[in-house]
Design a protein around this ligand. Structure first.
Ligand SMILES: *[C@@H]1O[C@H](CO)[C@@H](O)[C@H](O)[C@H]1NC(C)=O
Ligand SMILES: *[C@@H]1O[C@H](CO)[C@@H](O)[C@H](O)[C@H]1NC(C)=O
Ligand SMILES: *[C@@H]1O[C@H](CO)[C@@H](O)[C@H](O)[C@H]1NC(C)=O
Ligand SMILES: *[C@@H]1O[C@H](CO)[C@@H](O)[C@H](O)[C@H]1NC(C)=O
Ligand SMILES: *[C@@H]1O[C@H](CO)[C@@H](O)[C@H](O)[C@H]1NC(C)=O
Ligand SMILES: *[C@@H]1O[C@H](CO)[C@@H](O)[C@H](O)[C@H]1NC(C)=O
Length: 393
């Protein structure tokens, strides 16, 4: 019985969780190039305002410079974005985008898609030392105009006779994407999928790395933790989730940013189980002050103010494929998906189905054991009570 109780408690908390989360929704409003005087040549700036009962999240997505997603969490419902367009569009962008009032900002985190690296994996080890080709600087690519659809946007750029596309979705409540890896999202998170479609690899044995930079205010994202789960119901055969957060000191910042991904990329669209390919990441490394200026665009416009040394820039590489896996050339496609948001990263709990299966699987033998135990006890008792009156020799 003692073992069955935690299961019951888990089921109860599940029911409680899902009913509690349903009320945690936000009202979304979408603006392209807010306050821009005229159509302009630089990249587009998308602003999704996610209004909660007591706070506001501003999701800003921009293709000027390296593509960047900036998430600003404010503790009020009246915060707004203000852009000095003339300076924003010039190379001298520092401090040209602000979220006001500045004092209401709880946290701000930018995720910069910096470079796409390609290497010739001659020995099929998918490991260092890399025989690198010159990297594709994503800030140097001409990005298409943003294609909007509700609170989702698509951004594509031509690379090596193929395309690199970023798909952003912002959510007003809890849910899960239809397509693998089927990440669980909440109203506090957005999802970005990166797709490398039809690139002409520079060798038959090419593999790719994606270099990401995070820029944070007071609490930069400086550590990646790996969470393991025995449940792969939503992402078959994948048991590891990486969480890029501001280190172990979570309690000091519960509204801080995070980036989360399952350790998988897919070699086909739409993904199928046999197209799953593990992805790995390097440990985040603090970057020099020049990194932000190099990223340019949105991160520079928001984080750097004049004379400021930009702080809290960390970088890591995501590498697609491991030793022995098919090379990029096999399908000429890769997709990788991450969640970017604030607060505690959403984590999969056992779904009612899995919990029920476990309850039956663990519960039934328990009940049998229990009944067996009771039976044996009763037998013993009746035996001992029967023998109670037996004469002692
Ligand atoms: C950038 O803009 C600031 C403020 O407008 C100005 O003081 C500074 O000289 C500019 N820097 C460059 C390199 O243009
Ligand atoms: C590939 O293997 C050969 C022979 O073992 C070695 O000399 C070479 O350095 C390796 N190349 C790479 C990039 O690891
Ligand atoms: C990217 O563009 C910058 C200037 O816009 C240029 O200096 C640099 O060489 C370019 N890099 C690559 C890899 O094309
Ligand atoms: C989203 O963030 C708000 C404010 O920090 C918090 O009250 C709410 O519980 C969060 N919702 C979820 C589903 O994490
Ligand atoms: C956690 O944050 C608090 C307050 O910001 C700080 O005093 C403490 O030293 C931090 N702990 C660690 C382990 O970084
Ligand atoms: C990503 O990998 C390349 C090639 O190994 C390396 O030069 C670069 O410094 C790495 N980036 C980060 C942020 O670690």
């Amino acid at each position: 019985m003692a073992a069955a109780w935690p299961l019951c408690a888990a089921l109860l908390s599940l029911a409680f969780r899902s009913s509690g989360a349903a009320s945690s929704t936000r009202h979304l409003s979408v603006e392209l190039n807010p306050g821009s005087p005229a159509p302009h040549a630089g990249g587009d700036l998308l602003h999704v305002r996610a209004l909660g009962d007591e706070d506001t999240l501003h999701f800003l997505f921009c293709s000027q410079g390296a593509p960047t997603l900036l998430v600003v969490h404010t503790g009020v419902t009246s915060s707004y974005v203000s852009v000095d367009w003339q300076r924003f569009l010039s190379r001298n962008a520092s401090g040209s985008l602000r979220v006001e009032p500045v004092s209401s900002i709880v946290s701000s985190t930018a995720l910069v898609f910096s470079r796409l690296l390609e290497y010739n994996d001659v020995n099929n080890t998918a490991d260092m030392p890399y025989e690198l080709f010159p990297p594709y600087q994503l800030r140097n690519i001409t990005w298409s105009a943003m294609e909007l659809s509700g609170a989702a946007a698509r951004l594509c750029g031509a690379v090596a006779q193929g395309s690199v596309c970023l798909h952003l979705s912002v959510f007003d409540g809890e849910g899960r994407d239809e397509m693998w890896p089927r990440l669980l999202h909440t109203a506090n998170s957005s999802q970005v999928a990166v797709r490398l479609n039809g690139l002409l690899p520079r060798s038959r044995r090419s593999r790719f790395l994606l270099e990401l930079h995070s820029v944070g205010g007071v609490y930069p994202l400086n550590a990646v933790g790996v969470r393991r789960s025995i449940d792969d119901e939503f992402t078959p055969s994948i048991f590891k989730v990486s969480e890029w957060t501001s280190g172990a000191n979570e309690s000091s910042c519960d509204g801080c940013g995070f980036v989360l991904w399952k350790q998988v990329a897919y070699r086909h669209s739409p993904p199928a189980l046999e197209d799953a390919s593990p992805c790995r990441h390097t440990e985040p490394r603090r970057q020099s002050a020049g990194a932000l200026a190099e990223a340019g665009g949105l991160a520079l416009a928001f984080f750097a103010t004049e004379g400021d040394e930009p702080n809290g820039v960390f970088g890591l590489n995501i590498s697609f494929g491991v030793a022995g896996e098919p090379f990029y050339d096999a399908t000429k496609f890769l997709s990788w998906t991450a969640l970017v948001g604030v607060g505690p990263p959403p984590s999969d709990t056992f779904s009612p189905l899995v919990a029920a299966i476990m309850a039956v699987g663990l519960g039934a033998p328990l009940v049998i054991l229990l009944m067996g135990g009771v039976y044996v006890c009763l037998r013993k008792r009746s035996a001992s009570s029967a023998s109670g009156y037996e004469p002692i020799n």
